[in-house]
Structure formats: C-alpha cells, structure tokens
Design a protein around this ligand. Structure first.
Ligand code: KIV
Length: 283
C-alpha cells in the first residue's frame, strides 16, 4: 500500500480545529486524478458505482471483484488523498473473518487506505474486528443504501425521537468500536449536529446539514452525469450530460457527412512510411 499524504491524524485535526473535511467519490483513473488535483481530502470508491457506472438498480448487487477493479483504477490516479473503499453488501455481514479478509483485500490488492461499511450497533463487533486487524474503518449510518429495502425506501432517517435516539446510539457504538470517522446520510440537520457534538471522531454528512465536520457527495451527481435518480441533497455544480450528448451527436454527424477527419486530424502522404506497419509485420 502506497501511503497517502492526507492521514487520519490530519482528518481528526481538521475536525478539532473546525476546518471542513471534503470527501467525494471517484470510480476510475481519470476522475480520481481530477478529484485528487482539487485537493479533496478523502476519495471514496463508493459502491454507488453499482448504479452510476455499472447500471444496477441499487448497490446490493455490487461484488468484491467489481469494487476491487474500480479501487485499483482510482489508486493509480491518486497522489495525495486518503482513499476509502466501500465494502459491498454481504462482504462483511456473514462473518467477522470474511469482513477482515475482504477489508484487507482493499489495502493489500488495491492500495486503499481504509474501508467504509454500513451499520451501527449491529455492526459494532465487525468494525472492532476489522480495526483490530489494523484496517482503518469509516462507519456509515442513517440512510444506508445497502439495506434500503428494509428501511422502506430512500427516506430521511431519525425524524422521530425514538429513531433519532437509535441513531445516536449507532453513532456512539461505531465510535466505540474504533472507527476513525463516520458518514451520516440523510438525517435531519439538528440531529447530525448533535451527533457531531457527541462524537470525537469526524462526522461526514450527506444530506445531513452543515453542522458535520465534513461533507461527501457522489461525483456523478455534482457533475450531472447520472440522470436516473438525483437525490434532493445533491447539488449539481455543472450539468455535463447535455454537453456530452451534443459532442457525441456532433461527432456522429461529422462522420456521416464526411467532415471528420479533416486535414488537421489526418496524416499526410510523407507520414506513411513512419506510421503504417509494413505488410510483412502485419503477418
Ligand atoms: O457509495 C457511496 O457513494 C456512498 C456515499 C453516498 C456516502 O456511500
């Protein structure tokens, strides 16, 4: 594993001094480079790639092999950021041994710096075991997409006193288990602020208001690349989809009309001996 420049103590220090932590997803080499060059603190190889890149209906279908494939590509594009990989559904719930083995693969095979897994009190023992093996773990509570069916859909969590209390307990259990940070997804801003005050580890919000120690969003959402489902909490900073469609249509039209390639994108006769393979080389 190649070390990142951003470290866990850096992230904890930011939370203490009030400097916001910035986290964003990336799923491949090119986007990892863009995100890293913007000095984002944490790059998440999120299992949201199941929907945004692989076209599944939810994150439930994502496999370890798929996550590792994307995590390796991201790793190759990153020089500075702390890289966290999402543990996919059923890679950590079946047994603690499975959880340690699978989490370890993200460090050993993909060069990531930590893993994220969903769940609170129920997952505390698993987090403890993975952390004990020397693998940094980020928790994730609130709206947990891997169990969205059990939660009754993509809904704000912790809206009444009882469920809010359970989320506080979940957050404390994740911290006690040794997680280095926790994602709070889709919970009321006041509750996220309260949890952030109670915890000493950094809280990273997504649809959880301003009072978290940092924020995370899905890169496809902020760039307008995933049109099938845009959560209300996701701010679109640019809408690239229409520009991409336009570029592809322009290319197709130019080819069909014989306008591409022009002389600028063609080689002249003098280039042929250097560039074209000889007939005998082609076999
Ligand atoms: O998979 C993902 O991208 C995530 C973020 C939404 C936090 O878990």
């Amino acid at each position: 594993m190649r070390p990142s420049i951003v470290t866990i103590p850096d992230l904890k220090k930011k939370a203490v001094t009030g400097e916001k932590i910035v986290m964003l997803t990336a799923y491949d080499y090119s986007f990892a480079r863009f995100v890293d060059e913007a000095d984002i603190d944490i790059i998440l190889v999120g299992d949201s790639l199941g929907m945004t890149i692989l076209g599944y209906d939810s994150t439930v279908s994502v496999t370890m092999d798929e996550m590792l494939h994307h995590a390796k590509a991201v790793r190759r594009g990153v020089k500075r950021a702390f890289i966290v990989a999402d543990m996919p559904f059923l890679s950590y719930q079946v047994s603690e041994e499975d959880a340690v083995r699978n989490a370890g693969r993200f460090l050993k095979e993909a060069g990531c710096h930590g893993v994220k897994l969903e769940g609170g009190v129920d997952m505390a023992q698993v987090i403890k075991r993975v952390v004990k093996a020397g693998i940094p773990v980020m928790g994730h509570i609130g709206l947990t997409p891997q169990t969205v069916t059990a939660l009754g859909g993509y809904k704000v969590q912790g809206k009444d006193a009882e469920s809010a209390g359970r989320l506080v307990e979940d957050a404390l259990a994740v911290e006690d288990a040794g997680a280095f940070a926790i994602v709070l997804e889709c919970i009321p801003a006041g509750l996220a602020g309260l949890i952030s005050q109670k915890l000493s580890i950094p809280t990273i919000g997504i649809g959880a208001g301003l009072d978290c120690d940092g924020q995370v969003l899905v890169v496809s959402d902020i760039l307008g690349l995933f049109e099938r489902f845009v959560p209300r909490f996701a701010k679109q900073y640019v809408n690239l989809a229409p520009q991409i469609r336009q570029a592809i249509n322009d290319y197709a039209a130019e080819v069909r009309e014989g306008r591409f390639p022009s002389a600028e994108h063609s080689f002249q006769d003098g280039d042929i001996p250097d560039l074209a393979p000889r007939a005998e080389d082609r076999g």
